[in-house]
Every structure is written in C-alpha cells, then in structure tokens.
Design a protein around this ligand. Structure first.
Ligand SMILES: NC(=O)C1=CN([C@@H]2O[C@H](COP(=O)(O)OP(=O)(O)OC[C@H]3O[C@@H](n4cnc5c(N)ncnc54)[C@H](OP(=O)(O)O)[C@@H]3O)[C@@H](O)[C@H]2O)C=CC1
Ligand SMILES: CC(=O)N[C@@H](CCC(=O)OP(=O)(O)O)C(=O)O
Length: 346
C-alpha cells in the first residue's frame, strides 16, 4: 500500500486528491495536512467525506511526514514547497508538487513571473515536469515532480503534436483559454465572489499571466527552438473546467486526414487523451470530474490557420488527477488506477 501525505489537504486541489485516492486500490492517505483546520475532522471541513473519511487534520510537518509516508503531495501556494524541500526529505520520500515552484527550469524566469525568490534552486534541474503523456519515462525514476499548471496542461496537449511534426508556424500561436472559478482556489478573494463571477466573463492576466513562460518553455522543447505565445485566460461562471481555443498559422497546406493522423500518432494509445470525431468540439461538461483531455481541431482554409481545441477539468487533469497519474507511474501502478472515472453529465 502506498502511504500518502498531503500538505494543503484542505484546499480545492488537496480535496480532489483525497476524493481520487479513496478509489485507489493500492494507496491510502495517512496524513491530512492543514494549518487552519488542525485537529479538526477532515469531514467537517469537507462534508462530502462524511462517513467516508474519519481522519483528523494534522499540523504540516514535512520532516515527520517524510518518515511516515512514501509520497508527499504539496497542494500549497507558490513558494511553499521550495521553502520546505531538502536532500534529507528527498532521500526518504517522493514529492509531487502541485505548485509552480519546480516547473520552470530558468530560476530567473520563475522569480520574474512569480515575484518570489526561489528557496531551493538546487533541485530545479532534477525535478521532472510531470506532463505524463510527454515525460512518462522520466517520471518513472523521479524523486521530485513538478505537476504542470492547469492552463499549460490543456494548452500543451492540444498544440504540441502539430509543433513537433513541424506543420505549425511557431511564431503565430495564440491561446485563448477559459477557466471555472475553482481554478483560483478556496481562499476568499473579492474577484471570486458570487456577484463578481456569476453572469459574467472577463479576461485577466492579459499579456502577463504566469502560465505564459511555462507554456512557452514546454512548447519550445517540442519545436526545437525558442518561441513565444500570446496567452489570455478568462474567468467564467462555472465551478470547474478549462476550455482552450488555440490558433496557429499552417506552414503548408494540409488536409483533415493528415492532421488527424498526427494527433492519432501521439494519442492513440493514451488512455487520458481523447481525440474527438471530425467537427465535434470539446466541451468542459464532457470531461468534468475525470482525468480526460478532449482534443479536436479545425482547419480554416480561408485564413490558412488551424484552430486547436482542448478541454480538461482543472482540478483533475489540471491538478489532482495528473498528480495521482504521476504517482501511479512513479510507483509502477496501472496509470489509471483510481482515475478510471466516467465524466459527470449534465
Ligand atoms: N485549483 C486549481 O485548479 C489548480 C491549483 N493548482 C495549484 O495547486 C496548489 C493548491 O491550489 P488550490 O488547492 O487551488 O489552493 P487553495 O487555496 O484552495 O488551497 C491551498 C491550501 O494550502 C494550504 N496553505 C496555504 N498557505 C500555506 C502555508 N503557508 N503553509 C502550508 N499550507 C498552506 C491551505 O491549507 P491550510 O490553511 O488548511 O493549511 C490551503 O487549503 C497551488 O499551488 C495551485 O497553484 C494547480 C493546478 C490547478
Ligand atoms: C481561475 C484561476 O484563477 N486560475 C488560476 C490557475 C491555477 C493553476 O492551475 O495554476 P498554478 O498551479 O500554476 O497556480 C490562475 O489563473 O492563476
């Protein structure tokens, strides 16, 4: 049985890890870390777990935790994991960090976009960017996983096969994305109050959202040279879900069948990526509660552009689900153990 500890178990992402691991045959949460709810029943923080989880929240203590569990999920704000991790901890346990602390290889870029000093840059090189469909081999042997951001997961999976196969003009990519409000976490913020979000849609982080360098770095690896993108997220009045609509210029004339063959080449054996049938656009409802990424595309012959579309659940494939997928790969479990969840509809 894989023993799991969660720091930040009372946040939205932590709560989702708990939900997923309740279905897991070979993993069990031993430590529900929390500062704010310490000594309270976890099920009193999240009533969905009444009679399912009887544990009490424990004070965060990563040193002690590393002696007691096989893997620690840090579902905590930016900067926390990098301030806690050290060689002694990593020699005893694996860490899957849901924050951005170890996603970006260039520490100066991290510090600039996150406006934080990185507290353990010595571990950035060894951290594996845990986008499972791309880095599966490296994930297997990793001690420290940088679990990807929600927008980057959906954007990269939607775009990268076409970049890798060289049919996209790398300098022409525009990513328009929408997210449900759970993407912003459980902390109280005026911007996320019901009256601010309901019946409303707004762009935010325009030309400066911190997921931009993460997307650019990963897509640059695929393209084999540096590139930049325009990335604009929007907040929409939904609980969960991310929808990406990305645009790029085609370098040559291609047919539907040629592009479909590219997506199939990369994803036909990927359980969690579903390339939809012709003309079917991904919808957030079709992936809700699940670890699936739904993808499709449309060629606009008039403008010689291709429109790439993707949908995920931000809390599952965009956070907790992908984190558990990484855990499964690291511990030699079936990749969809605990994650073979049918999306909820309606
Ligand atoms: N929400 C999403 O869709 C996604 C989130 N992520 C990332 O996952 C992480 C968690 O996000 P999310 O669950 O949404 O955020 P929340 O704000 O909902 O939860 C964060 C949790 O971290 C704990 N925490 C806060 N500050 C500290 C601290 N200084 N020390 C220890 N624990 C702390 C809090 O628990 P307590 O007060 O009980 O200690 C809190 O419940 C973030 O890095 C986020 O960027 C990644 C992808 C998607
Ligand atoms: C709606 C909303 O506010 N979403 C968050 C994304 C959260 C997330 O995935 O990202 P990190 O792990 O990189 O923080 C945002 O735009 O910052």
């Amino acid at each position: 049985m894989i023993k799991v500890g969660i720091i930040g178990s009372t946040g939205y992402a932590g709560n989702e890890i708990v939900r997923i691991l309740l279905r897991h045959k070979n993993a069990s949460v031993k430590w529900f870390g929390s500062r704010s709810y310490k000594d309270m029943k976890y099920a009193s923080v999240y009533g969905n777990f009444v009679e399912l989880v009887s544990d009490t929240c424990l004070e965060d203590d990563i040193e002690r935790l590393s002696d007691e569990v096989d893997v620690i999920f840090t579902a905590t704000p930016q900067g926390l994991c990098s301030s806690l991790v050290n060689e002694k901890i990593l020699s005893k346990t694996k860490i899957i960090d849901l924050s951005a602390d170890f996603r970006i290889k260039d520490v100066a870029i991290y510090e600039k976009w996150y406006k934080l000093e990185h507290k353990s840059p010595q571990f950035i090189k060894e951290a594996v960017y845990g986008l499972c469909e791309i880095n599966r081999q490296d994930v297997k042997n990793a001690r420290l996983i940088a679990n990807p951001g929600c927008f980057p997961t959906c954007s990269i999976l939607s775009i990268y096969p076409l970049l890798k196969e060289g049919i996209l003009d790398k300098d022409s990519i525009i990513i328009d994305a929408k997210s449900g409000t759970s993407g912003a976490g459980r902390g109280a913020k005026v911007d996320n109050l019901f009256c601010e979000v309901n019946e409303n849609i707004k762009a935010y982080g325009v030309a400066n959202h911190r997921h931009t360098p993460e997307i650019e770095e990963q897509l640059s690896y695929m393209a084999g040279e540096d590139l930049m993108v325009n990335f604009t997220p929007h907040l929409v009045p939904m609980n969960r879900g991310i929808l990406v609509t990305a645009y790029g210029n085609l370098k040559k004339k291609v047919t539907y069948d040629e592009v479909k063959a590219i997506y199939d080449k990369y994803y036909k054996d990927e359980y969690f990526v579903r390339v939809l049938d012709k003309d079917i656009c991904p919808q957030t409802k079709w992936v809700e509660g699940s670890n699936f990424t739904d993808i499709n595309f449309k060629i606009d012959e008039r403008t010689n552009r291709i429109i790439m579309m993707g949908a995920i659940d931000n809390l599952v494939k965009g956070a907790a689900g992908q984190a558990v997928q990484n855990m499964n790969i690291m511990f030699g479990e079936k990749e969809n153990e605990g994650l073979d969840i049918v999306p909820m509809f309606p």
